[in-house]
Design a binder for this molecule. Structure first.
Ligand code: MN
Length: 324
């Protein structure tokens, strides 16, 4: 059996729950089996023995924690969203201080108010020692390429903070999912939704305007590493309207976009990601507690990587990107 602790690890998509946020989290119950949902809720609220044991078992030195979505992004009252977001960030900061070195943090942000979100991000980075923010897809139907987020991206770029886009449901359920509830959620629609969100940012020129912007995608890049050649080739001949980019689409996957292995424990997509974007762009994650840490740990230790690649994926890349 593989020694799962051989390579030290940083894990990047590891979730928690705060009691006041269970109401928002319940909205994702339509996407997850009731059995897993109940079990997850217990694990999400533990910051002690159970979580640390799961980390130690696979050699995770530091888990960067994030609230399980959608959190206040589903809140209709902007003032409430702002208030609760700071509250949960203070809560996470306490948990981080209680276990020095073991927990990092992605801030939870009230995206209804871009200026408030930028201020809260700055507070979390500068005062609470967090590494970036996790944003759960669209907020009230608005994506991060919307013009209203210009001040937000400016601050993200200035702070050098990493923004992790986590899947969430879209604002409506497209007809293509009609009579196929199994496709709506992690099996398929979250991939479509999140990859599209990243491409909206890319094609709207966000990374030309804010070269310091750092975007993280989960799930091995939400299929995008597989598609880079086609994105470049078809973008050339598509009707691009007024859109202008300084570089072909694939360029930004080597300058502004990183990805994690969350929820994908398979060699072929890992090799595809590494060969497409390089080991300096791919980072280990479990997606605790929705995936099994032991499975992820055992898989990455045995995956067909050079030792330099394994070190980079498990630890080095995240350490350099997040300053851990
Ligand atoms: Mn997740």
């Amino acid at each position: 059996m593989t020694d799962m602790t051989r390579t030290p690890k940083i894990a990047l998509e590891e979730h928690f729950m705060h009691p006041d946020f269970i109401g928002y989290f319940n909205r994702t119950a339509i996407n997850i089996s009731p059995d897993l949902f109940g079990k997850a809720l217990e694990s999400l609220q533990d910051f002690g023995e159970r979580r640390l044991e799961a980390m130690d078992q696979i050699g995770v030195r530091t888990a960067v924690l994030s609230l399980a979505g959608p959190g206040v992004q589903a809140e209709r009252e902007t003032a409430t969203a702002c208030r609760l977001a700071s509250q949960v960030n203070d809560y996470l900061a306490e948990k981080m201080s209680a276990q020095p070195g073991r927990y990092g943090g992605f801030a939870h942000l009230p995206m209804q108010d871009p200026a408030a979100a930028a201020d809260e991000l700055e507070r979390c980075i500068r005062q609470l020692g967090m590494q970036g923010a996790m944003i759960n897809g669209q907020t009230n139907g608005t994506y991060l390429d919307d013009d209203r987020y210009a001040p937000f991206w400016e601050r993200v770029s200035d702070l050098g903070a990493a923004i992790y886009i986590h899947p969430n449901n879209p604002a409506d359920m497209g007809y293509m999912y009609h009579n196929h509830p199994e496709l709506f959620g992690p099996v398929w629609s979250w991939t479509v939704e999140t990859a599209t969100h990243a491409l909206r940012l890319l094609f709207s020129g966000t990374f030309d305007r804010y070269p310091g912007a750092k975007l993280i995608l989960g799930h091995m890049g939400e299929t995008l590493p597989f598609l880079l050649w086609r994105l470049d080739s078809r973008w050339e001949i598509s009707n691009r309207g007024t859109m202008r980019l300084a570089h072909p689409p694939s360029h930004y996957f080597r300058t502004n976009i990183w990805m994690t292995t969350s929820g994908v424990c398979a060699d072929a997509p890992l090799r595809c990601a590494l060969d497409s974007v390089g080991a300096g762009r791919v980072m280990f994650a479990v997606d605790y507690p929705f995936e099994r840490p032991a499975e992820a740990g055992e898989w990455i230790e045995a995956a067909p990587l050079t030792e330099a690649e394994r070190q980079a994926v498990c630890f080095g890349t995240a350490q350099a990107l997040l300053g851990l």
